[in-house]
Ligand binder design. Structure first.
Ligand code: DGL
Length: 280
């Protein structure tokens, strides 16, 4: 029996990453830092963002189309970088495909369950992610003695997309959103939305130094690395000079995406392509 090339060399295949738009680049950034040998195919659903205010059915349908698109790129694994899609669609899609999938919620929940000392954890995220109570479910499975409070912070996404990362307006909104979590004396706060790590310094200042901020993007990259290693899929080989390791696709026009990507990923995104995702 002869082995096909693709069966023997899956470690060289790219990692597929998707999000509702640009926020998932915070996850891409962590993968690039922690696994510099890996190739990445990213899809941002910029035409249909936001997912955080949509229904489970819609987010699952959108995510399924993106998974089909990524499969055409022969990816070795799929990272659901969007918290909302991880909350709503991951369980179902995982059953439908053979490629290993990983979302951002479980790694974030695990880190929080291990971090808390006083058993009081806060989660901030989109309305959908908070409503799904998925962070609560995973944390409680890992650590029974904890109380978890969720708070939807929908204004943070447009503030980040407007570039107001260090701004009095963002400060003011953060104080309003977070005051009840401060009063509850939480010691751990999960940044449960792709955009929130980009206002980490504001969130840290408002919460105070006794609160540990958990970044699911960072935790996901750690878990992804472990998963790839365990499955023999980690690319141990350095890419050749000048090789095009990163490909970016979006469902709307590319200009805003490229501008935003260049502001958070220091590699410099040379290009992105627009895709009609409804065809998948
Ligand atoms: N990417 C989404 C998330 O992490 C935030 C933006 C949206 O609502 O689509 O939940």
């Amino acid at each position: 029996m002869s082995l096909k090339i693709e069966d023997t060399d899956r470690s060289k295949a790219p990692i597929g990453v998707f999000d509702s738009g640009i926020g998932g680049l915070t996850v891409v950034r962590e993968i690039m830092r922690q696994m510099p040998n890996e190739r990445i195919v990213y899809f941002g659903d910029t035409a249909r963002v936001p997912y955080g205010s949509k229904s489970k059915e819609t987010v699952t349908r959108y995510s399924r189309q993106i998974v089909r698109f990524l499969e055409t790129h022969d990816v070795k694994t799929i990272v659901v970088a969007c918290n909302t899609a991880s909350a709503y669609a991951l369980d179902e899609l995982e059953k439908e495909i053979d490629i290993p999938m990983i979302g951002v919620v479980k790694p974030g929940a695990k880190a929080a369950a291990e971090t808390t000392r006083n058993g009081k954890i806060g989660v901030i995220a989109t309305e959908a992610t908070i409503g799904s109570r998925i962070y609560n479910q995973y944390i409680e499975e890992l650590n029974h003695g904890v109380t978890i409070w969720g708070k939807a912070c929908p204004l943070f996404v447009p503030l980040v997309e407007e570039g107001l990362l260090q701004d009095p307006v963002t400060d003011e909104i953060a104080k309003r959103y977070l005051s009840e979590l401060i009063d509850l004396d939480i010691d751990t706060l999960i940044l449960g939305c792709t955009h929130y790590p980009l206002i980490r310094s504001t969130l840290g200042r408002v919460m105070g130094e006794n609160v540990t901020l958990v970044n699911p993007a960072y935790e996901t990259a750690i878990e992804l690395r472990e998963m790839l290693k365990a499955k023999g899929l980690l690319n141990e080989e350095e890419p050749g000079l000048g090789s095009n390791r990163y490909q970016f696709y979006v469902s709307d026009t590319t200009e805003k995406f490229i501008r935003f990507a260049n502001s958070i990923i220091k590699y410099g995104i040379l290009s992105a392509k627009q895709v009609n995702i409804e065809e998948y």
